[in-house]
Every structure is written in structure tokens, then in C-alpha cells.
Ligand binder design. Structure first.
Ligand code: BG6
Length: 492
């Protein structure tokens, strides 16, 4: 375990959904698994009136509901004395004066501070301006260290993201800013690079000579729920494509980095994102689930897309001519995040009576985690050769158990130890916005096609691939090629 120094964790939006579901369980899991053995304190800041003790109780509730490790009262008693709460308005001086008072009381020699901005984005600059004004956060502070974790979305388009970045740059150095994209903390996503750069067999095939196309699906079975107001300004492009999907694609498509530090990796990711283009204006399908306009805080004539599919291209030597099909949406048939590397077929089919399915590597991120390498074998019976697909499978859960740390645990720890490798740099965000704007420009102001809840989005999304003799990879194909020992299982 890295050398961790005592620190204070300050959460703006301390009683919000993100704090309850992700941040608090993440801290607790680190504590209970003894990754955090140094003294640390937690200060929650929100509008809600609450005492320090009540904030501790809120912490317990979150742990009970959302933590992957069970709540342990004895252990928790050790933590509770380090919880502090400020009920305050983020625009008011008294909030920062209270914070100064609490920090003076609780901090020892080492005044290391990790600030987590789990607020709506309009507060990011306000909070940082106040923190620096009150000298709670100092630009360039390394020893003791001061770091800021910022939630997405970073801006609402290229212009606002640039403005925000300029404003924040005046207050903190880039090295102190940790822009989170929680997909990068997912176990399977961390494995993208290991799969590619710790194995010799894939990389020689990882190019336009051997790969026909790549698919990325990030589908959800839920709607916008209580986030209608936010979603009306975001839509699927800004909520998912501009960040999570582009990040996944950049890790899949980047060149090997010279090292695994944040700068080297970001350098390679930026090259991919800069080269990303929309294939053409017809290569986009926008959809909206039926009933979206009746959701809370959604405009009755809303034209916001809850589904987007697009054919993208990467304009570089490795990927020229390889379509990158991406899709994401709410209320789809299945919850999954999956990358499919579809290899080219054999140059010539010797098995005249068989349709040979080209090899495929399926990288499952969520909810199952693992890889399937699909290839063809001969069935044992019958007079004629009958070929069918089977798969070699790595199932994360079968191999490592089901108590894997969540994305936020990893990312929070990285913020504490000062490793920005799994965070996004400003340049990645800037170029991602350029692509997102290109996608949004097409069909701007048009009504998206409606799709039924539980479908795979509008039918046009299927046609996008069908017209090119391809199809989206679906579960039923996986079932046909099922592993006899059960889906996602390996025989030992
Ligand atoms: C968030 C989006 O970034 O990711 C949400 O704002 C989405 O709309 C969520 O539901 C999906 O995350 P996950 O980890 O459940 O795939």
C-alpha cells in the first residue's frame, strides 16, 4: 500500500446522493479493509440542517444501504469521532469561516486536504474561489497537499468547459485538479490496458488489418428518474458519449504509452480523441423513450435524446477504415457496458456448407465483468463437418470473487495518494467536447425517434449496421455459443 499521510476529506454536497451511494461507502470500505490506517477526518457540507452526530448517523445509513462490506458497529465507533458537518450555503462567507474553524481544531501538523465537489457544476468555481480566498485551499500546495476532485459534467459545451477551465486554472494547478470519470475506476476498464499491454497475442492483431469494426454499448434499463431537470440540459450525448464512451474508446484504441503515469497515458488518449470523427451526418441515430416527456421536470415537448447511436472513425494509421459503432441509452432492454472487438473473417471459406462467424473478443465491463474470445470448432457428430462458435472465457467473479472494490473506491484512493492516472486531463475533455458538438450539430432541433421502453432503441440503430452487413452484438448470440458449464463460468 502506498504511503498515505493523515488528511481531511471535505465533501461539498455531503448529504447528497453521490455522497450517500458512492463516497461514504468507498471511505468505509477502505477503512474496514485497512487501506486507510492513518488518521483522517471527514467534513460534510450541505444546506440540510444537521449536527455532527447526525452526519455520523447519515454515514451509518449509507454504509448499511450501499456498502459492499457489512456495517461493523465496533469499527464504526472508532470513526464517528472524526465526522464533522457544516450546514451552509456555498455562496456565504460563514460556510468557509466555519470550515476554517473546524480545520483549525482537527488538523495536526499535516494539513493535507482533499476537497470533493459533489455539487451541481455551477458551484465549482464559486466553491474554489471561496476556498482560495479563505486560504483553505492553496494553489500549488504539495506539502501539505491540497487536491480537488471534480465531478462531471465539466462544462455544458466546449465554450463553457473552456471558460470553466480558465477560471479554475487561476485558482489551482492542473496537477491539483482531479476530474473524475467514474468509468475509468471500474475494474474491467482498468483491465483494458492490462489485456492489451501485458499480453503478447492481442496487440499484433489490434489494427485495421485484422479488425473489422468495434462496438461499444452502454445501455441502461432505467429512465432519468428524479434527474429530469439535469437531463433536459444534457441528453445522452452530453451525459454519456462526451465522457464515458469516449474514454472507453480512447483506452481501447490508443497506442502503447511510454509509461503508466498520468501524463504518458493522457498523451496517448488525447491523440485518439483528437482523431475521432463522425463518419457522416447519416451515421447518427437519436432516440427518445416513450413517456420521457411526462417525466418530472421534463418539458412536455422536449426534443432531448435519451438514446444515441453513432458510427465514428479514428483518423490515424492504425484505425483508418475501421468503423467504431457506439450506442447508449436509457430504458433499453438490458443493463450492460460492453466493448466488442469484431475481427475480420478468414480470407476464404473452405467449409462450403457452413457460415463461418468471424472471431470476436467481447469485453464485458458491467454488470458482469470478463472477456470472451469467440472462435469456431467442429461439432463431434454427423457425417458432415458442422462448425459452431464457442468461447474462451475469463470471468472476473469466478476468478477473484464478488467483493471487488467499486470504481469510486479506487478513484478516491488515487485522490488521496495523488495518482491522477485514472482521471481525465483538460485536453481529453476539450477534444471530447469537440466531437460531442459535432454529433449534436447534426439533427439539432429535430424530434428524436421514439422507442418503446425495453427495446434496443429506435430501429434505425439496427439499420445503421445492417445496411453495412453488420449487426449489434446481443445476448442471444452469446447464448447460442454458450459455454456448457454456464454463462460466465469457467470449468476448473
Ligand atoms: C452517470 C450518468 O455518469 O453514469 C448517469 O450521469 C448514468 O445518467 C450513470 O446512469 C451510469 O453509470 P453506471 O456506473 O451505473 O454505468
Amino acid at each position: 500500500m502506498a504511503n498515505i499521510q493523515p488528511f481531511t476529506f471535505v465533501i461539498f454536497g455531503g448529504t447528497g446522493d453521490l455522497a450517500a451511494r458512492k463516497l461514504i461507502p468507498a471511505l468505509y470500505n477502505h477503512f474496514i479493509e485497512k487501506n486507510l490506517e492513518v488518521p483522517f477526518s471527514v467534513v460534510g457540507i450541505s444546506r440540510k440542517p444537521m449536527t455532527h452526530r447526525q452526519f455520523g448517523e447519515f454515514f451509518i445509513e449509507s454504509v448499511k444501504k450501499y456498502s459492499r462490506n457489512q456495517y461493523d458497529e465496533k469499527l464504526f465507533d472508532k470513526m464517528i469521532s472524526s465526522f464533522y458537518y457544516i450546514s451552509g450555503d456555498l455562496q456565504q462567507d460563514s460556510t468557509y469561516e466555519n470550515l476554517t474553524g473546524i480545520l483549525n481544531n482537527i488538523e495536526g501538523e499535516q494539513k493535507n486536504r482533499l476537497f470533493y465537489l459533489a455539487t451541481t457544476p455551477e458551484y465549482f468555481p464559486i466553491v474554489l474561489e471561496n476556498l482560495t480566498h479563505y486560504r483553505i485551499l492553496e494553489k500549488g500546495a504539495e506539502n501539505p497537499w491540497h487536491r480537488v476532485i471534480i465531478e462531471k459534467p465539466f462544462g455544458s459545451d466546449l465554450a463553457t468547459a473552456r471558460m470553466l477551465n480558465k477560471r479554475l486554472e487561476r485558482l489551482v494547478n492542473q496537477q491539483q485538479m482531479y476530474r473524475i470519470d467514474h468509468y475509468l475506476g471500474k475494474e474491467a476498464v482498468q483491465n483494458f490496458m492490462v489485456l492489451r499491454f501485458a499480453n503478447g497475442i492481442f496487440e499484433p492483431l489490434w489494427n485495421n488489418k485484422h479488425i473489422d469494426h468495434i462496438q461499444i454499448t452502454v445501455s441502461e434499463t432505467v429512465g432519468v428518474g428524479t434527474r429530469g431537470r439535469y437531463y433536459e440540459h444534457a441528453g445522452a450525448v452530453k451525459d454519456m458519449l462526451q465522457n464515458h464512451i469516449i474514454q472507453l474508446l480512447s483506452l481501447i484504441a490508443m497506442e502503447p504509452p511510454v509509461d503508466f503515469d498520468a501524463d504518458s497515458i493522457s498523451t496517448e488518449k488525447v491523440k485518439v480523441i483528437r482523431s475521432l470523427r463522425l463518419f457522416n451526418d447519416e451515421a447518427i441515430v437519436r432516440g427518445q423513450y416513450e413517456g420521457y416527456t411526462s417525466e418530472k421536470e421534463v418539458h412536455p415537448q422536449s426534443k432531448v435524446e435519451t438514446f444515441i447511436a453513432a458510427k465514428l472513425e479514428i483518423h490515424n494509421w492504425r484505425w483508418a477504415g475501421v468503423p467504431m459503432y457506439v450506442r447508449t441509452g436509457k430504458y433499453l432492454k438490458e443493463k450492460k457496458t460492453e466493448v466488442v472487438i469484431q475481427f475480420k473473417n478468414t480470407p476464404y471459406n473452405l467449409y462450403k456448407n457452413n457460415d463461418i462467424d468471424a472471431n470476436r473478443l467481447v469485453i464485458s465491463v458491467d454488470p458482469k465483468t470478463g472477456f470472451d474470445l469467440q472462435f469456431n470448432v467442429k461439432e463431434p457428430h454427423g457425417a458432415n463437418v458442422k462448425i459452431r462458435g464457442v468461447k474462451m472465457n475469463f470471468c472476473h467473479e469466478c476468478e477473484f470473487g464478488d467483493n471487488t472494490p467499486e470504481a469510486y473506491e479506487r478513484l478516491l484512493m488515487d485522490g488521496i495518494i495523488g495518482d491522477a492516472t485514472l482521471f481525465t486531463s483538460w485536453r481529453e475533455i476539450e477534444y471530447s467536447w469537440k466531437l460531442a458538438e459535432e454529433v449534436l450539430r447534426v439533427h439539432a432541433g429535430e424530434q428524436p425517434e421514439l422507442y418503446q421502453k425495453g427495446a434496443w432503441g429506435p430501429q434505425k440503430a439496427d439499420k445503421l449496421l445492417k445496411s453495412e452487413g453488420r449487426k449489434w452484438y446481443h445476448e442471444d448470440i452469446r447464448r447460442n455459443n454458450a459455454n456448457p458449464c454456464g454463462d460466465g463460468c469457467i470449468q476448473k
